[in-house]
Structure formats: C-alpha cells, structure tokens
Design a protein around this ligand. Structure first.
Ligand SMILES: [Zn+2]
Length: 274
C-alpha cells in the first residue's frame, strides 16, 4: 500500500471504513490530480475533451465584430456540445494548455501576436493532431512566421470597400458548404491575398466579376487542408457584425467546426490554379 493510503487508514477506520474503501479513496484522489503535460500530450485529439480555444489578440487593426463573433462561436459550439474558452493571452500557447483543446480559433487576430516559444508550442500541437479555425483577419496575422503562412494558406494583401459579392461553391460536399446555393451572394469585406499555398482544398471561390476591387483572378475565399496529423480551415468572411447573424454564414461556421473535430473527415488537396 502507498504511504498516503497508510496515513488515511486509521482516520477512515474511525468512521467505519474498510480497507477496500481506502483503495477507493486512493482512486478518487488520483482522479483529482491534474494530468502531467506528457500525459495530456500523449492523448489523441478525441480524448482531449470537447473544448475549443478562441484567440482574439490583435496587434494591428481591431475588428468591432470580434465580440459578436465570439458570441456566435460560443452558441455554435454549445450546439455541438463543446465548451469554449476565449483569450487574448499569448501565454496560453504552451504545451500543457494547448493539450486541453481540440480546436484553436483565430478570430480576426491581427499582427504579431505570439512569441517564438509560443509559436513552437502551437506548431507542435497542430502537427501532432490539432485543428486550426481561421476567420477573416487570421490571414492578416503573423507575417514573420513562415510556418504560419504555410499553415493558414495565404496572407492578406488589401481589400476594397465592404460590398455584396458572389462566391461560387467549389466543393458542395463539405459540411461548411453543403447547405449553400451554388452561387452564394452576401455582403462582406473581400480580402485580396498575396498568393496561395499549393496544397489548399478550395471550398469557395470569389467571382471577381460580381464586385469591384478583386485582383486575385482565381480567388479562393474558403479552404481547408491537412497540417501534419492535424488540419486547418479558413474562411475569409466575417468582417461585419452582421455576418455573425446571417443564418447561412453561421451554418458555414458550424459546418467548419464540425469538420475540424470529425476524426473521420477526409482531406483532399485540390490544385489552386494561380
Ligand atoms: Zn475586415
């Protein structure tokens, strides 16, 4: 018997417990002990529990849609039985903390928001089976971190004024797009991107003839891809507060979240014709 059990035995004997129950107490105490970082990181993504982390730190432009975006994601996550933490604290990006989450959302983050050790922790978490959900300005983030640029798939370049535009559904079988019309017209701030990584699975593409100021020609606006043993999803929409009240946009986000957390979801790269 362990020393802790020996210590407890006389105390418990006084209240009429048997030695079998002492073992039970030991088990309970063991369950209450926090898992060590190695025990947590050894767990598969499915064993990490239904918790997502929404990161909203900004070092550049701050979107006033962030609070309603957080509220929307909290509601969508709750519908999927997920718990949500929101933070602006880059110190949360360490192996022990990240191991608690199945998905990390960058909701309109901007600028250089993580220090190198935090970046390394996030890279390792992603490559070992994490899930990244980037929304709108997530591509206007971390221009000096090459791994991030490859992972998020494209960097923001500029944008014309907020206006309606049409996105063509490229893959209608994905949970984020299955509910959409083939040509999805809505109002947002439509980013132009510097270039696109070659391994994106494109889900939506902007029709640049449907609005003014687009300059990517072939212009993906939502995509996903594998990242090591993990996966990522990005959607360019979400500049306006109104976006997060649109039923079709909310279902788009909900489908993305469901796909990110589905261990059986398939990822097929599709060529981006640049
Ligand atoms: Zn914006």
């Amino acid at each position: 018997m362990r020393p802790f059990g020996l210590f407890l035995l006389p105390v418990l004997a006084l209240v009429g417990c048997t030695s079998d129950e002492v073992e039970d107490v030991d088990d309970v105490v063991k369950q209450l002990e926090p898992l060590s970082p190695s025990e947590l990181t050894d767990r598969s993504p499915e064993q990490r529990g239904g918790r997502i982390l929404i990161f909203t730190r900004t070092k550049g432009f701050r979107h006033d849609s962030i609070p309603v975006g957080v509220r929307c994601l909290r509601e969508l996550a709750a519908e999927q039985g997920l718990e949500v933490d929101q933070t602006e604290d880059p110190a949360r990006f360490n192996p022990t903390e990240l191991a608690r989450f199945r998905c990390v959302v960058f909701l309109s983050t901007t600028g250089d928001i993580l220090e190198p050790p935090q970046e390394k922790a996030f890279e390792e978490w992603m490559e070992s089976g994490g899930a990244f959900f980037g929304i709108h300005a997530a591509t206007d983030t971390e221009f000096g971190w090459p791994w991030y640029g490859k992972m998020v798939g494209a960097y923001f370049s500029n944008h014309p004024k907020v206006q309606p535009a049409t996105q063509d559904v490229v893959d209608a079988t994905h949970p984020s797009t299955a509910h959409l019309p083939a040509r999805w017209r809505r109002t947002d701030e439509w980013y132009n991107f510097r270039s696109f990584e070659p391994d994106l699975h494109v889900l939506l593409r902007l029709d640049e003839t449907s609005y003014t100021g687009g300059n990517n020609r072939n212009h993906p606006s939502a995509w996903c891809k594998a990242v090591g043993k993990g996966r990522m999803f990005y959607t360019a929409g979400g500049h306006t507060k109104e976006s997060f009240a649109e039923p079709e946009f909310r279902t788009h986000l909900a489908g993305a979240l469901r796909w990110l957390l589905d261990p059986n979801a398939k990822i097929t790269p599709s060529k981006v014709d640049r």
